[in-house]
Design a protein around this ligand. Structure first.
Ligand SMILES: Cc1cc2nc3c(=O)[nH]c(=O)nc-3n(C[C@H](O)[C@H](O)[C@H](O)COP(=O)(O)O)c2cc1C
Length: 325
């Protein structure tokens, strides 16, 4: 397939693996890139710029294809050393950065001076237009279905993607709820030039997470996610479990008075316990509604090959067939 996204990132298939805390490590990123997509290492999972540089080097040992680094710009009191992480990215020669969380304007001059292509992930058309205006090369449009942070507007991709297509000049990819050839073809029809997947890539052989996490995704259906932290305007879509139910009860009881400290037990330090130790019920962790479409644990290559060949059949047989006599 050839789209403006495959051209921009010099990849074979218009399929990208979004940054995922404690999931997007070199093993997964290199496997996605080797399979013809674009793998992305999650910058903040590595604790320091040196650790990130080492992870990039490890990825480069496993693939000679392009891959990127995700920089999630968190609204935190003590900000991570973003400039240090950007130094590590520049020094290591990585040419694609996925930004998310908030507007990357502050970091754009250094990224652009170093010929780094910026893919900004956002959840609304107005944020996408802002990203375009500050020089982002492409946008990842995350619909309400997505695992992680869907924003506060709650617009599903069936509306959000054609709205983005009507407004944006730069290419964009569809993110949230993407699992298979049907998602890919539908997204292309709605105006996107490719797709981004999160949850689907967790349930692959190369994702270096505990098997309990993969099994939890396989066991889940589309009705098993919940939205947490809405009263804090930091909404996150997560897989339901007893800790999530406890947190939602606190939100209900405390109402608008709720503070981050009230839910720290369910939220803080959860990712290593879930992803490494496999304690999937210990707290809240991101998962998309798309879990309902995930029924196997293929290799990244099996997944991408299957998606692209089924997409071709879908377009050339099912859809084209509708126009035949
Ligand atoms: C476990 C998990 C962790 C994630 N961590 C991050 C992150 O650190 N930074 C980020 O920008 N997006 C993160 N995301 C969002 C994904 O990159 C992607 O946008 C989202 O999963 C797309 O929705 P889907 O899960 O329906 O495919 C995460 C998603 C999941 C499922």
């Amino acid at each position: 397939m050839k789209t403006s996204i495959t051209e921009l990132f010099e990849i074979r298939h218009p399929i990208i693996q979004g940054g995922m805390h404690y999931v997007g490590l070199a093993d997964l990123a290199s496997a996605v890139s080797n399979a013809g997509g674009l793998g992305i290492i999650t910058g903040l999972t590595l604790k320091t710029p040196d650790d990130l540089a080492a992870e990039i080097a490890r990825c480069r040992e496993m693939t000679d294809k392009p891959f990127g680094v995700n920089l999630t710009l968190l609204p935190s009191v003590i900000a991570p050393d973003y400039h240090g992480f950007i130094d590590a990215i520049i020094d290591s020669g990585v040419k694609i950065v996925e930004t998310a969380g908030r507007n990357p304007q502050e970091y754009m001059p250094r990224l652009k001076e170093n010929n780094i292509k910026v893919l900004h992930k956002c959840t609304s058309v107005r944020h996408a237009l802002k990203a375009e205006s500050i020089g982002c090369d492409a946008i990842s449009v995350d619909g309400f279905e997505c695992g992680g942070h869907p924003g506060e507007d709650d617009i599903p991709n069936m509306i959000l993607l054609p709205r983005a297509a009507d407004e944006l000049k730069v290419p964009f990819i569809a993110s949230g709820g993407m699992a298979d050839a049907r998602s890919l073809v539908a997204s292309l029809a709605l105006g996107a030039s490719g797709i981004n997947m999160g949850t689907r890539f967790i349930a692959t052989k190369e994702a270096r997470v505990h098997d309990n996490v993969k099994q939890a995704i396989l066991a889940a259906s589309e009705i098993d996610t919940r939205l947490v932290m809405r009263p804090l305007r930091n909404t996150e879509r997560v897989l339901n479990n007893p800790a999530v139910e406890r947190l939602l009860e606190k939100e209900q009881n405390l109402g608008d008075d709720i503070k981050f400290e009230d839910i720290i037990e369910e939220v803080a330090g959860v990712y290593p316990r879930v992803m490494i130790d496999g304690e999937v019920e210990t707290g809240v962790w991101s998962c998309g509604m798309v879990a309902g479409l995930i029924h196997d644990i293929p290799t990244c290559k099996e997944l991408l090959d299957r998606m692209v060949s089924e997409a071709e059949a879908l377009i050339q047989e099912r859809l084209a067939g509708m126009f035949k006599e």
